[in-house]
Ligand binder design. Structure first.
Ligand code: CP
Ligand code: NVA
Length: 330
């Protein structure tokens, strides 16, 4: 079945049909199988892709580079300081330059409007590698992982705990709405996704049978969950000053053993990573010294437990990003 994505950008899941999303997940699964069996799949031989990173990355950058190479392409990485973007050259000019040299462009950075403008002007597919508002390639990897563990997406209950107003909360809500899942944002009311996006997702849910809920009580929200998902409390680009307010608002939403037991034995723990689950990072150490916490959004016990599928999820970033590039380029 043709996904009808050739020549198109991949900017946010709102732009895709449920069939296109599930087609990308199936394509990723086929590509994963080929990779495991050592079957070559250099279907984009000779193409070049630019990878613009205005924020740092481990998974997304490596996923794009390895996937590009597996598809026979040459990736060029532009780091947060190593280009003229934004400082000496506008996004519109950058897009028109890169569009003349590359077959596709990945962008990680700040506002969604930047990646949308890049796509408008570049004349080649642009892929969103994370903006403040959305992280769509992450959701494809999450959904492939859920499918691998549960067999289906439809009807599965995913509870997102933490700051549900940002890229991960927003994108999971959109993805769950599109795929007919049961999405619960579990957070203080001020941390729920914005009303406009909620209204848009509720409309989608009417078509797909998805359930969308917004619950402040963690024990009510997590009951019977198939997946409990969380993310860092302070995202890239946010100032250090917000830590204090975030810790006091979100500590009751930490994913710990009590929450996982409340959900039930079927429940898997997911996190887009990186995660603050111990003191083995400089930020973790600083927060420990200032606020006395040994873990933040998830305890080490849950992170390291049998229920945690975070590294399956991280691996699947590569297979799903490969599917996105292949479907939009050939
Ligand atoms: N999950 C994710 O996007 O990780 P990176 O920030 O390492 O790319
Ligand atoms: N919300 C996080 C996601 C990291 C993958 C951030 O934007 O930093």
């Amino acid at each position: 079945m043709s996904l009808d994505l050739k020549g198109k950008s991949f900017l946010k899941l709102l732009d895709l049909t449920p069939e296109q999303i599930s087609g990308l997940i199936d394509l990723a699964s086929e590509l994963k199988d080929k990779k495991k069996k050592g079957i070559p799949h250099k279907v984009c031989e000779g193409k070049n892709v630019a990878l613009i990173f205005e924020k740092t990355s481990t998974r997304t950058r490596c996923a794009f580079e390895v996937a590009a190479s597996d598809l026979g392409m040459h990736p060029v990485y532009l780091d947060p300081n190593g280009s003229q973007i934004g400082k000496k050259e506008s996004i519109a000019d950058t897009a028109r330059v890169l569009g003349r040299m590359f077959d596709g462009i990945e962008y990680r950075g700040f506002g969604q409007e930047i990646v949308e403008e890049l796509s408008d002007k570049a004349g080649v597919p642009v892929w969103n590698g994370l903006t403040n508002e959305f992280h769509p390639t992450q959701i494809l990897a999450d959904f492939l992982t859920i499918k691998e563990h549960f067999g289906v997406l439809k009807g599965k209950k995913l509870v997102y705990m933490g700051d549900a107003r940002y890229n991960m909360g927003n994108s999971l809500m959109v993805g769950c709405a599109k795929m007919g899942m049961h999405f619960v944002a579990c957070a203080p009311e001020a941390y729920f996704p914005n009303e406009k996006l909620v209204a848009e997702c509720k409309k989608i849910a009417e078509q797909t049978g998805a359930i969308l809920e917004f619950i402040t009580d963690p024990m009510v929200a997590t009951k019977g969950a198939d997946v409990i998902y969380t993310d860092v409390w302070v995202s890239m680009g946010e100032p250090d000053e917000v830590w204090k307010e975030r810790i006091s608002a979100l500590l009751p939403y930490q994913v710990n053993k009590k929450i996982m037991e409340n959900a039930g034995a079927q429940c898997k723990f997911m996190h887009c990573l990186p995660a603050f689950h111990d003191l083995k990072t400089t930020t973790g150490q600083k927060i420990h010294e200032k606020f006395g916490l040994t873990a933040m959004e998830v305890t080490d016990e849950v992170f390291e437990s049998e229920s945690s599928i975070v590294f399956d999820e991280a691996e699947n970033r590569m297979h799903t990003i490969k599917a996105v590039m292949m479907a939009t380029l050939v």
